[in-house]
Design a protein around this ligand. Structure first.
Ligand code: ATP
Ligand code: MG
Length: 410
């Protein structure tokens, strides 16, 4: 079954607002086994919107519109769908009653313009919206199911879950979806793809998606079958082959990010962690503490941007900085060891580098980062060089640091 999504609203044609509703809806549709074949954004223009709806209904079995159900003149979704499907609009006094009650609950009188939200496309089912004034609409037009949903995400998401998912599921042949997730650190997207493509391309019943972020690749395997057992069974062999190829580079099988995977390992070993950051300016600590319960293992750390702070807070000898410069193997080593001792932690990570766009030397050009890991037995230092802008270098540095710790703990 094919679906398309139409996001309605001129604000999403400006540089300041993006359509996030369709991402949520796509994930929900995929979970049902419905594939998205097209999506678009249409401004608040009646003629264009009517044309777009007409085209979508003619070619897709599921059409979802979000936005434009509000009370103002520029909210045109109801009118456009009515026109595209050749149906009348009918006024429902009881809907206006619900809207009036909602306003009363907030101690406000209802505005006359809210009557616009009480118009229903002939033959459509009204979908109650407990989080806003505009109800959604569901209609069948020929073979196509059409949904009109409110634009605000906090209204759209619960309404879709409560009203649309069960109606859509009833239209689908009974089928169950099985999925596998792998998250991989320390490899680029094309390297992962080159390695695993020979496997996934040989299972035509399985859909494979590769999502890439700096230093972080997600691999999703998905298949559908009549029963859960059958669907699961179909993934066993390709998943095992992919696991064998990626080996210990896989850090998560449940979708957890790297900072959570590291947290599990630290907690399991009852070990503690500290950080000393220079060029990442707190990003590493931010990631570690974004995990709920990180106080079980994270003790704290140092944000030492200038040389004198590295000296004063971490106890780096002045001669070391003068001799080697702040971006160097000995400085990363001493930063990690200083943080480990001062925080009385079992492990400490340090990051010092040239995030760019300026800076860098002949031997350590822009993008060079030294990452230290002080452990009970020894201290390790990695020298890495990243290409990309400042944000990418900094993100990659935190990813490499966390992965260095993960591999040392595993
Ligand atoms: P309202 O009754 O609030 O006017 P509406 O159904 O008319 O609801 P819109 O006016 O189109 O919806 O959008 C209201 C707000 O919802 C927008 O300002 C925007 O913040 C958010 N919104 C709308 N569409 C989307 C979308 N596709 N993705 C993310 N946010 C959206
Ligand atoms: Mg609106």
């Amino acid at each position: 079954m094919n679906a398309e999504i139409i996001a309605v609203g001129s604000e999403m044609l400006t540089p300041s607002r993006i359509d996030t509703n369709s991402l949520h809806l796509t994930a929900e549709l995929n979970r049902l086994g419905v594939e998205l074949v097209s999506k678009c954004i249409v401004g608040d223009d009646r003629v264009r919107l009517t044309d777009t709806v007409r085209t979508a209904i003619a070619r897709s079995q599921v059409v979802i519109l979000t936005g434009g159900l509000g009370p103002t003149e520029d909210d045109l979704t109801r009118e456009a769908v009515a026109e595209a499907t050749g149906r009348a609009l009918e006024y429902h006094e009881e809907i206006f009653g619900w809207i009036r009650e909602r306003f009363a609950r907030f101690g406000r009188p209802v505005a006359e313009i809210n009557r616009r939200q009480a118009w229903v496309i002939a033959g459509a089912e009204v979908l109650p919206n407990p989080n806003g004034t505009a109800p959604g609409l569901w209609l069948r037009h020929g073979e196509t199911a059409v949904m009109l949903l409110p634009g605000p995400p906090h209204e759209m998401k619960p309404l879709f879950a409560a009203e649309c998912l069960p109606r859509l599921a009833a239209l689908l042949p009974a089928q169950v979806i099985a999925t596998r997730f792998f998250r991989v650190a320390g490899m680029g997207e094309s390297d992962v793809d080159q390695l695993v493509a020979p496997v996934y391309t040989s299972y035509p019943d399985m859909a494979t998606t590769i999502l890439a972020a700096p230093g972080d690749i997600q691999l999703h395997l998905r298949t559908r079958a009549a029963t859960a057992e059958e669907a699961e069974a179909r993934l066993v062999e390709p998943a095992a082959r992919i696991e064998a190829l990626l080996g210990e580079r896989i850090y998560s099988r449940n979708g957890d990010p790297l900072e959570a995977a590291v947290g599990h390992l630290l907690r399991a070993r009852a070990a503690t962690l500290a950080v000393a950051e220079s060029c990442t300016g707190g990003m590493l600590a931010e990631r570690i503490t974004s995990v709920a319960g990180s106080s079980d293992y994270f003790r704290g750390g140092f944000l030492t941007y200038l040389d004198e702070m590295k000296r004063d807070l971490l106890g780096l000898p002045a001669g070391l900085l003068a001799e080697h410069s702040a971006v160097s193997e000995p400085v990363a080593r001493t930063m990690a060891e200083g943080a480990r001792a001062r925080c009385r932690a079992d492990y400490a990570l340090s990051v010092t580098g040239y995030a760019g766009p300026g800076g860098g030397t002949e031997t350590n050009p822009t993008g060079t980062v030294f990452i230290g890991l002080a452990m009970p037995e020894e201290t390790r230092v990695l020298r890495v060089r990243y290409v990309g802008d400042r944000n990418r270098v900094r993100t990659m540095a935190t990813q490499t640091a966390l992965d260095l710790l993960r591999r040392s703990l595993a």
